[in-house]
Design a binder for this molecule. Sequence first.
Ligand code: OSB
Ligand code: MG
Length: 374
Amino acid sequence: MHLRSVELREIRLPLLRPFRISSGVVAERRISLLRLEHADGPHMWAECVAGEAPNYSPETVETAWHALTAWFIPRALAGPLPEPAQAGALLTHSIRGHRMARAAIEMGIWALSAALDGVPLAQRLGGTRTTIDVGISLGIRETPESLAADASAAKAAGYRRIKLKIAPGADIAFVAAVRDRLGPDFALTVDANAAYRPQDSPTLQALDDYDLLMIEQPFDPGDLVRHAALQRAIRTSVCLDESVTSVARASDMITLGSGRIVNIKAGRVGGITEATAIHDLCLANDIPVWCGGMLESGIGRAYNVALASLPGFTLPGDVSPSARYWERDVVTPEWVMTDDGRMRVPLDRPGLGVDVDEDRIDDLTVRMEKLVAS
Ligand code: OSB
Ligand code: MG
């Protein structure tokens, strides 16, 4: 496979409601999209999950833009591409980090290859599910009561699992109010986005009283040893997100006992090949995984849905329907959820399984750079 060009776009997409996590808030997404053009003409869209600020990962929209235009795209255009499973290795050779930037193009290569072969992306990845279970991630709110109201509405809408963003000072009372409102059996989790320190462990231990399915990423991403100490001290399962940037880190988590669940995001780990390797490792070690989200547009969501259809994704993902985020998405049909919290995997169409609304992307584009093979 040869690429003729890769176009990088930045679009602006306002969220219906600002989304607050422990380390920052976003009201309008700045989303980088890639348009990969095959030498014979067909093209494919992909999305880079890097955020507006370096509050989740060191990567941002700006660093990813630089990494893509300076290093990754030129490399992808320099010659024939290997099979998608080898594309990540080609892209990353002698380039450290910048996994979100690398992932964007690696994922596009996977989807373009599937589309050219007339195969749905989910099928190409080895997906076995025809529907995926949908969860919702609720941002930090002003008061426990307002969060409980949000959670109650999410339960009524059919979501199969609710995740609450927490931070020191916005934890126990908020979780208690939500647990009280949802009842004892509803699947409830929390995500700290690395806001706690090991000396905060008593607070995290107190969360054991609320029958949470997991506590996601309480400590700094590099603190695998301290996560292991916490996991030994609490009943609730620790889930790692930011810490797991590669299959090697997932293996370290298992070896050290730093957690019992993994949140997999293809963007965070450098692409689909690394994400499926983490999935395979976890499946072999009885570690449940689920598909995380990065407030993606309908394009990034298509990749998440395909990934979440793999057999080891036994827990509901942060793969919510388009209408939870946007007034209008950039794909048709939009991603929808059934009343009982499921999303259909589009196995009846090759590639992403949705149409990209290119006119709308043109309207939303604020910046564009196109690189062409020489
Ligand atoms: O930690 O999962 C996270 C959004 C931005 C940065 C980090 C995270 C999130 C989410 C959003 O939880 C989940 C979604 O896309 O619905
Ligand atoms: Mg998380």
